[in-house]
Design a protein around this ligand. Structure first.
Ligand code: LLP
Length: 423
């Protein structure tokens, strides 16, 4: 067990058969705070950030953490205090970034359906840029900006029509997706935007999908976007920054995506060759900064032997860790104490929610007893931020680990919390 390279290593590893995060034993946290419990490693997050920083040394570049991956204030604070910008998609995200100490001037605002109120709030805060996803949105931002006596900095999100080779629900760069402006319409849209007095064109943007594990889709996207920049600049419109979105994948199940600096070494070769190496580069990574920094701890409540299947029923569920139910996603599930190597049984690991779709792992070989505690790995991204109160289940607590210290960053929701908003 101790030789197994876990997703999240070296920050999450067995020591003396006890699963540790940095210098903290996870079973101690499970006992102290109860389960289900999300636990994040600060060093894993700053380590992942460092891999991007290494890529952008000696370059004009800014990393905007795509906070939809994990928008807990304690997590945002780690990125804000390390000088990150933020990619937001709602007024709620803007408010959280500002509350966590993020700088408005380092915020970019993505998303296909920004409301007038959200646009106004972002203009008042003084964000860096709106990533605009359609021509009608140009009109609305222009109108709101003129009404507020301001000029809105904008970039157009273009859809380069490349296949990110990922799950269809998280692929966004193909023609049939709702995102961005079609490649062939982009130049006209730029010309149109350049005539609107409430707008200032600052950049170009693309984001082709998520959990991308190969370099080639990025290379395709970069060269398609640079083709457009050639044409846009030929028409007299200057592009200051190039934003290539997020999407870099992580190891859930043995995937071996490139490291951020490996990816960017390749992409800069291309960007330099095309003569754009001096432009300001923006990126919007989410999952690759937090995904393998987090785990969800859970306790075995029942073991149930069926005719065809054995079920390991735990106290975490699809409302806490929704990715398996939503995308049939794989998350490793490992015991917090790996004391025995005795025969394992194959289980479906499932939660208590009344849905057959409420599973966390299928056909997992485990040696477990009722009361044992397990860790669902790679749970730092798109788990807590997509969690819900379905089945009137209070959401889990969250702890941030920093070397040998632990900080409770969100308390567990109580039954009173569940009813608080209702009249
Ligand atoms: N920028 C934009 C415009 C995005 O839409 C996204 C993610 C990102 C950046 C960050 O992508 P990342 O680096 O995290 O791949 N819930 C799904 C993932 C949805 C991604 C949505 N957009 C999942 O659990 O796999």
């Amino acid at each position: 067990m101790s030789e197994l390279k876990l997703p999240g290593a070296p920050y999450i590893e067995y020591q003396n058969q006890t699963l540790m995060m940095e210098k903290v034993a996870l079973n101690v946290l499970a006992t102290k705070y109860g389960t289900p419990l999300f636990v994040y490693s600060k060093a894993a997050m700053t380590g992942a950030l460092e891999e991007y920083r290494r890529a952008f040394q000696h370059r004009k570049a800014r990393i905007h953490y795509a906070m939809k991956a994990n928008s807990s204030l304690g997590v945002l604070r780690v990125f804000a205090s390390n000088g990150c910008g933020f990619d937001i998609v709602s007024g709620g995200e803007l408010a959280k970034v500002l509350a966590a100490g993020g700088k408005a001037e380092h915020v970019i605002f993505s998303g296909v359906g920004k409301t007038r109120a959200e646009i106004r709030a972002a203009l008042d805060a003084g964000i860096c840029c709106f990533n605009v996803e359609s021509e009608p949105e140009l009109d609305v931002i222009n109108e709101v900006a003129l009404g507020a006596n301001k000029v809105a900095p904008i970039s157009l999100r273009v859809n380069p029509n490349v296949d990110a080779k990922t799950h269809p629900y998280i692929s966004t760069g193909l023609k049939d997706n709702k995102f961005g402006i079609a490649h062939e319409d982009a130049i006209e849209a730029y010309k149109y935007a350049s005539k609107l007095k409430g707008l200032k064109i600052t950049g170009i943007d693309c984001h082709i999908g998520s959990q991308i594990t190969e370099i080639s889709p990025y290379e395709d996207a970069v060269s398609r976007v640079l083709d457009l920049v050639d044409a846009i600049e030929a028409s007299g419109i200057h592009i200051e920054h190039l934003d290539f979105g997020g999407g870099l994948g992580i190891n859930y199940e043995g995937e071996a995506p490139p490291k951020a600096y490996e990816l960017w070494e390749k992409l800069f070769e291309l960007i330099d060759k095309r003569g754009y190496g001096d432009r300001f580069i923006f990126v919007e990574p989410g999952r690759s900064l937090v995904g393998n920094a987090g785990v969800c701890l859970t306790r075995v409540e029942y073991l149930k032997t069926g005719e065809h299947k054995n079920f390991c029923i735990v106290d975490a569920a699809m409302n806490d860790v929704p990715r398996p139910a939503m995308y049939e996603a794989y998350h490793s599930i490992v015991p917090l104490k790996a004391e025995t190597v005795s025969p394992q049984t194959t289980y479906d690991v499932v939660g208590p929610v009344c849905e057959s779709g409420d599973w966390l792992g299928k056909d997992r070989a485990l040696n477990v007893q009722v009361g044992d505690e397990l860790a669902i790995l790679s749970a730092g991204a798109y788990c807590m931020s997509m969690s819900s109160n379905y089945n009137s289940r209070g959401r889990a607590a969250e702890v941030l680990v920093d070397a040998s210290n632990e900080h409770l960053i969100r308390r567990r929701e109580t039954n009173a919390d569940l009813m608080q908003q209702e009249i």
